[in-house]
Ligand binder design. Structure first.
Ligand code: B4P
Length: 191
């Protein structure tokens, strides 16, 4: 199994690229954002508790997403590896993922970091709000909070992964197909 993190600020294209990459390389796409939104849509107790946190642009508790990911890893069979999208988002989640994978004789092979400037992120999310109806895309103040939370709590993971020699920056500006080709080039070299 070859496992990848797709990483970057909100609106950097993680979800967009993950769907295409998972299909091309037979990877299982695990998006904690999608899993949490599915809980909210199903009206579960967990979904109800997480909904107000997400609508403010804050991170849900580490243990919630760690448990979700562990369950998915154990129930997935027959893929070439995992593509983790939007997880990990804190250094604690990263350490938990490393342990989870080590316990199962796997590792994080590469962290692909989409590099996109602030104005482009805001532009994309405001545009998406018109189509998605996502409460965290609708309010510009919530978008700014999500970007600040990323800089403060999520970005430190880059150094953690750099020290492990798995950090790979990727230019995230351009057409969706161009970025897909850039990412595919890195994945092809490892799979
Ligand atoms: P996520 O679902 O992960 O949402 P996101 O950061 O907004 O990124 P997403 O993947 O959806 O967007 P993309 O960049 O593809 O998280 C949502 C919330 O869930 C978090 O704020 C948090 O509350 C919670 N959460 C999730 N995981 C968590 C965790 N591990 N721990 C704690 N809390 C967690 O795309 C954005 C837009 O850009 C799209 O409209 C797309 O069409 C467009 N786009 C993409 N590529 C483009 C390009 N090249 N050019 C132009 N537009 C492009």
């Amino acid at each position: 199994m070859v496992n990848f993190l797709i990483f970057g600020p909100p609106g950097s294209g993680k979800g967009t690229q993950s769907v295409k990459l998972a299909e091309k390389f037979n990877l299982t796409h695990l998006s904690t954002g999608d899993m949490l939104r599915a809980e909210i849509a199903a009206g579960t107790e967990l979904g109800k508790r997480m909904s107000s946190i997400m609508s403010k642009g804050e991170l849900v508790p580490d243990e919630v997403v760690i448990e979700m990911i562990a369950a998915k890893i154990d129930s997935t069979k027959g893929c070439a590896g995992f593509l983790f999208d939007g997880f990990p988002r804190t250094v604690a989640q990263t350490a938990a993922l490393e342990k989870m994978l080590n316990d199962r004789k796997m590792k994080i092979n590469s962290m692909l970091v989409l590099d996109v400037d602030h104005d482009e992120l805001v532009k994309r999310l405001i545009l998406r709000a018109e189509l998605s109806g996502r409460p965290d895309d609708k309010d510009p103040a919530v978008i700014e909070n999500r970007i600040s939370v990323y800089r403060e709590k999520t970005e430190p993971i880059i150094n953690y992964c750099r020290e492990r020699g798995i950090y790979q920056p990727v230019n995230g500006v351009g057409s969706i197909d161009d970025i897909f080709n850039r990412l595919s080039g890195y994945i092809k070299n490892l799979i």
